[in-house]
Write a protein that binds this ligand. Structure first.
Ligand code: FEO
Ligand code: CA
Ligand code: CA
Ligand code: CA
Length: 749
């Protein structure tokens, strides 16, 4: 979705609620593939940076971490030039467009069965049994290779698991209307039969995909690896929150577990091969009664408000009204019980939501764990910095709401390369993700920045008047309040991040911020160096889009200490803009018509090619084009120049903002690669190790359809993917597509 949720009042239809996958940096894989790039004469920047000048001595060697199933050597393609494809034009057509020489195939859509005994999806609102089907709003996604022996493989290119998020659902007036034959009931109470479907299309799915001898990919309906994790699955609490009073509920009086995961957006992949999924706009699913503040009468009211939960606030779908069963009542986060500790109600339920959750994609019998040490907020992706033996691991994260922050977790344990092929992935996660330091970013006007630790040892946190922290678990649960206390920089909605395998620099998509103003109200934000633009964008006849409607991509370079650094330098790699705004203080990156974009969201570097893939989730430029994906070959922090933006305030005084603009892209370093169908967002990115199959997700095509038109497919704003020949019915469906190249080359060449 394309709008944003406010800190104070929640807009449930808001985009802070939609999402996607980001490829993460797996150093083992990257090292292996970068070496392969050397052999293939690819552009070399990645390989050169990692290994120094290419040498033939690297040929044929395979001295990386042990791999279960070495792949055959790829065919050399000495003439490969990345970004040599012809740019795709902006488009409003209801289809997926890719460059000439490429094919996009639909392989896995909402409702597709995940076991042999589940019926095919009829797509007419009569389907049920969603705990055994693909969920809705496919989002962040990661690839987990499977060898011929059925075990994890770092090198398999023709068989693997896709682990993906199912963030949300296309809804109006409470109902996920495309799931119900008549559009569903849009008043309270909600029918249990409708709610059971709506709950179960959330969470994650893991699905096996395979390439046939003819080169065609498909998902395997009866694979024993397939599984769903829904908002009703058991999930363990881990880290400082485990066993803590803040997590006591009727469901877990000893505070060790909760039900499920919800509104999962960005993803991550750990260096030990587990799947990480971020819980983003979880608050909106839970109601709170009109008199709950007084009933509580304690500091939890401050905490709830900071996360957007106001008393009397309705929930997004009204699931708590579906019955007296505990599984519905858990969506009522009011204090309803008489206990002193919350063990007889769900007053603490929201403290068990908002985390990075670790899942073993290869083993559905292993309980997923919420890694509370990484903080609680509207999580997007969780991306590892380069894993170096003997040094701590860094995990980069963002909080996607207007004016929220950028975070880093640094593990207490130092990386042991033997953990790249662990006996137990979840136990390895215990080692690296339950103990460490949590930092928030402050960006300074001189192009430098600092990581500020969020800990009880920080005097600013102890002295914070608005909320008195009890201990580190309290900081991990109320991360936003702790970051407020230390003066972190309010950003333009941090979406996914990714690490450039060439040099370790960290890229963050800052999707947009409609609350940035030269003369801000108390709920708005003045421009600053890292979020420097304030302007009006015209959309058709609508001139009301103000602030930073098109977003930007910021990048940072850690100081010499690397993952554990307390300081960094930064610049803005790209500013989103319409090409027609060239020459202004808007199109600061001089984007051309083949490059212009708005609202970057998904962001992922390919470990194979080093291409930075940029995906959009936009509502500003959608009068001209559907959402898109671009391919980029970025430079590095500091390759551009300082620029001073000048604003005039209402009182006539001047406001000057210094920022740092990366080198403008050339025609062959940034190109539009794909445009999606109508009213969708592009998200999720995973690829095979050889870089020859790229999986992405098309989320919520046709989301602008009016619920009243449920019976008339001609009035759906999209009929994708049925109009591309996939599946029954005309109702639009979120789906995974795979992109391949006709000549068998790598994607993006
Ligand atoms: Fe999940 Fe903020 O997009
Ligand atoms: Ca998104
Ligand atoms: Ca416009
Ligand atoms: Ca978004």
């Amino acid at each position: 979705m394309t709008q944003s949720k406010d800190i104070i009042s929640v807009n449930f239809n808001d985009e802070d609620s939609n999402t996607s996958a980001n490829p993460t940096f797996d150093s083992v894989l990257t090292a292996r593939l970068s070496r392969r790039n050397i052999l293939r004469g690819s552009i070399g920047s990645v390989a050169t940076a990692v290994f120094g000048a290419p040498t033939l001595s690297a040929c044929g060697s395979d001295d990386d971490a042990p791999a279960p199933a070495p792949a055959p050597a790829p065919a050399p393609s000495p003439v490969e030039k990345l970004l040599s494809f012809a740019a795709v034009a902006k488009s409003l057509e209801d289809k997926v467009t890719v460059p000439a020489g490429y094919t996009a195939s639909i392989i896995y859509a909402l409702g597709d069965p995940l076991r042999a005994t589940t019926a095919d999806y009829k797509n007419d609102g009569s389907d049920a049994d969603f705990e055994n089907r693909a969920g809705d709003h496919h989002d962040g996604m990661e690839w987990f290779g499977l060898g011929a022996d059925g075990k994890a493989s770092l090198t398999s290119n023709d068989r693997g698991l896709l682990a993906m998020n199912h963030e949300a659902t296309t809804d109006q007036k409470l109902s996920s209307f495309f799931l119900h034959a008549d559009g569903g009931k849009s008043t309270l109470p909600r029918p249990a039969a409708e709610v059971d479907k709506e709950v179960n299309i959330h969470g994650i799915s893991v699905v096996e995909v395979k390439k046939a001898a003819d080169g065609k990919w498909s998902y395997i309906k009866d694979s024993a690896f397939n599984f769903r994790l829904t908002p009703w699955s058991d999930v363990e609490l881990s880290g400082p929150l485990r066993g803590h009073a803040l997590a006591k509920t009727k469901y877990s009086v000893d505070a060790v577990k909760t039900r499920g995961t919800i509104n999962n957006c960005g993803t991550g992949k750990s260096p030990w091969g587990s799947f990480l999924t971020g819980e983003e706009n979880w608050v909106g699913y839970f109601s709170r009664s009109a008199a709950d503040d007084a009933a509580r009468g304690d500091k939890s009211v401050v905490a709830l408000k900071r996360y957007g939960s106001s008393q009397g606030g309705a929930s997004r779908h009204g699931w708590e009204t579906a019955g007296t069963e505990d599984k519905y009542q858990r969506f009522n986060s009011s204090k309803t019980g008489t206990s002193a500790d919350g063990s007889d109600d769900y007053r603490n339920e929201l403290n068990t939501m908002g985390y990075i959750v670790e899942v073993d994609a290869f083993d559905k019998s292993k309980a997923a764990k919420k890694r509370s040490a990484l903080g609680r907020f509207a999580h997007e992706s969780a991306v590892f910095g380069k894993a170096e033996a003997g040094k701590p691991l860094a995990v980069y994260m963002g909080d996607d709401s207007r004016g929220e922050y950028i975070y880093k977790f640094v593990s207490a344990a130092n990386w042991d390369a033997a953990d790249a092929t662990p006996v137990s992935r979840i136990a390895t996660g215990d080692k690296y993700l339950d103990n460490g330091k949590l930092y928030v970013a402050k960006f300074n006007a001189d192009g430098k920045g600092e990581w500020i630790e969020l800990a009880m040892s920080n005097a600013a946190i102890i002295a914070y008047a608005a909320y008195k922290f009890a201990d580190q678990a309290d900081i991990c649960v109320n991360t936003r309040l702790a970051a407020d206390a230390v003066g972190a920089t309010k950003m333009d909605r941090p979406e996914w991040c990714s690490v450039n395998p060439a040099n370790g620099e960290v890229y963050y998509a800052l999707t947009n911020n409609t609350s940035r103003r030269v003369d801000p109200s108390s709920s708005q934000f003045a421009p600053d160096s890292a979020n420097p633009r304030v302007y009006k964008d015209i959309k058709g006849a609508d001139a009301s889009q103000e602030g930073n409607p098109n977003g930007h991509i910021l990048r940072l370079k850690e100081d010499a200490a690397g993952s554990a650094a307390l300081g960094f330098s930064w610049d803005v790699y790209l500013f989103g803009a319409e090409a027609s705004a060239s020459g202004s203080a808007i199109n600061l990156s001089n984007l051309t018509g083949d490059q212009d974009f708005s609202s970057p969201d998904g962001l992922a570097f390919s470990p194979s090619t080093g291409i930075c893939w940029i995906q959009t989730d936009d509502g500003a430029y959608t009068d001209v084009t559907n959402c898109m994906m671009l391919a980029a070959l970025p430079g590095k922090v500091g390759d551009g120049a300082k620029k001073t933006l000048s604003y005039t305030k209402a009182d006539g005084s001047k406001l000057s903002v210094d920022t740092y603009v990366g080198k403008a892209p050339a025609v062959d370093t940034l190109k539009r690669f794909l445009v999606g169908p109508a009213a969708c967002e592009i998200t999720g990115l995973a690829e095979t190790p050889d870089g020859k199959a790229l999986f992405i997700n098309i989320q919520h095509p046709g989301e602008t359809t009016a619920m009243a038109n449920i019976a008339d497919p001609t009035k759906f704003t999209s009929q994708w993917p049925s109009n591309a020949g996939y599946g029954a019915g005309k109702r639009p469906r979120s789906a995974t597509i795979v992109i391949t190249k006709t000549d068998g080359g790598r994607i993006g060449s």
